[in-house]
Design a protein around this ligand. Structure first.
Ligand code: SF4
Ligand code: SF4
Ligand code: SF4
Length: 403
């Protein structure tokens, strides 16, 4: 059994690191649950149409503009008139309040994200290749079970148990919404986004690859055993990234009222698949998005991440800052294509051919145990520099390349 072989080949040092990582990540999750503020006390907030936006918005933790937007009113509508005067029905008011309350963050999720990223970081950098298994044993490197377990924890606990928020996608959307005054605390929203960005650059897109619940659900669907034999489609990166970036631009134009003439309109609300984790689909389009993406995930790798998610797009722009990532030793690589075949998207191909624009790498690890010449590994810059510095010099050249 691969996982057993892998474990037996780990050195004492690696087993100690494994134990330490498991203890530390359990502690982090435990602290998160102990410190979780839980559901807000105003979950049962009593509202009626005799009240005004000014009275209710603070109780919901949003600005008056945000509540107006939720009710389909112009952002500059009077905040002191009661809802009856604004022609808002009790049903519309209750629906808006319910939706805004569903955005309440479960703070324990931040800790789960940290713990999962820690596990992914340690696994890819230090444990995937057992010290006792040389390149002749590469089939026992990077077994899938630890990765799949991390994904299951993400979907089960950070997803269905703790609900939709916070999540990386909403992290960035809330920053944009703050810019048009839809949140009273823009600094808190920016801080949450920076938190997700840091988890994205610790390891290349590590938050997406190892911790985001909707990313994990797509990853599990793609890896589902009975569908693995299907012929999978690899979408060209230039196509997926153009759609994803174009959609973000469109969203911003609508949000700032440049298009549509209604400031505060957020297209992502109508296709936000994280609603799945609350089992609350406010619009048919959300349910359709979830169904299409999950069915699509059997055939295409992470379609939502590649084609739609704004965090996916922004985190891709920051990939150059990633501390550790897939690295290819160009001098060893014989361009055999094995890693390209193992990679579910264009990421490995773009790295082998050193393209300027490289497709997102989700740190899934599939490419790390297929190279016949051991030219591909996961690590930091420091690691690669080290390996280059101990490389034997060739053709009588010195370390500066001079003859
Ligand atoms: S790109 Fe995918 S994994 Fe990353 S935040 Fe978006 S949905 Fe989650
Ligand atoms: S598997 Fe190794 S040799 Fe083959 S293309 Fe990838 S890095 Fe190069
Ligand atoms: S298989 Fe592709 S996406 Fe996965 S780690 Fe390798 S390069 Fe990245």
């Amino acid at each position: 059994m691969k996982i057993r072989d892998w474990f037996l080949l780990l050195s004492i040092r690696q087993r100690a690191v494994l134990l330490l990582t498991l203890v530390l990540s359990s502690l982090i999750m435990g602290v998160g649950f102990l410190g979780d503020r839980g559901a807000p006390p105003n979950e049962d907030l009593n509202v009626d149409v005799g009240m005004s936006i000014r009275q209710i918005a603070p109780e919901l933790g949003v600005t008056g503009k945000a509540l107006a937007r939720e009710l389909g009113l112009p952002l500059d509508v009077s905040k002191s008139k009661n809802f009856r005067e604004l022609d808002v029905s009790p049903d519309e008011l209750s629906h808006a309040v319910h939706h805004l309350l569903s955005h309440t963050d479960a703070t324990a999720k931040y800790y789960i994200f940290i713990a999962l990223v820690l596990i992914g970081f340690v696994y890819l950098n230090f444990l995937g290749r057992p010290d006792g298994a040389g390149s002749g044993h590469r089939r026992s490197w990077y077994p899938r079970l630890p990765y799949n377990l991390a994904l299951i924890i993400s979907v089960g606990i950070a997803g269905f148990y703790l609900g939709k928020s916070p999540n990386p996608m909403e992290g960035i959307v809330k920053v944009f919404k703050s810019m048009v005054g839809l949140y009273p605390d823009p600094v808190a929203k920016a801080t949450a986004f920076i938190f997700f960005l840091i988890l994205a650059v610790i390891g290349n897109k590590m938050i997406c690859g190892w911790a985001c619940p909707f990313g994990a659900l797509q990853e599990l669907a793609y890896s589902f055993p009975i569908f693995r034999r299907l012929r999978r489609l690899k979408l060209p990166f230039v196509f997926t990234n153009t759609i994803r970036g174009g959609l973000l631009l469109l969203v911003l134009l609508f949000l700032f009222g440049v298009l549509g003439g209604r400031e505060g309109f957020v297209i992502y609300h109508y296709i936000n698949p994280f609603n799945l984790f609350n089992m609350h689909f406010e619009a048919v389009s959300i349910l359709l998005t979830v169904i299409i993406v999950l069915i699509g995930s059997f055939f295409v790798y992470r379609p939502f991440c590649q084609l739609i998610c704004p965090f996916g797009f922004v985190a891709w722009m920051f990939e150059g800052l990633s501390i550790s990532k897939v690295r290819i030793d160009k001098e060893k690589c014989i361009q055999c294509g094995a890693c390209i075949g193992a990679c579910p998207c264009d990421a490995a191909k773009d790295r082998v051919y050193d393209r300027k624009l490289k497709a997102d790498c989700f740190s899934c690890g599939r490419c790390l145990n297929v190279c016949p010449v051991d030219a591909i590994r996961y690590g930091s810059n420091f690691h690669l520099n080290l390996s280059v510095s101990i490389k034997p010099r060739s053709e009588g050249r010195d370390r500066h390349g001079r003859k």
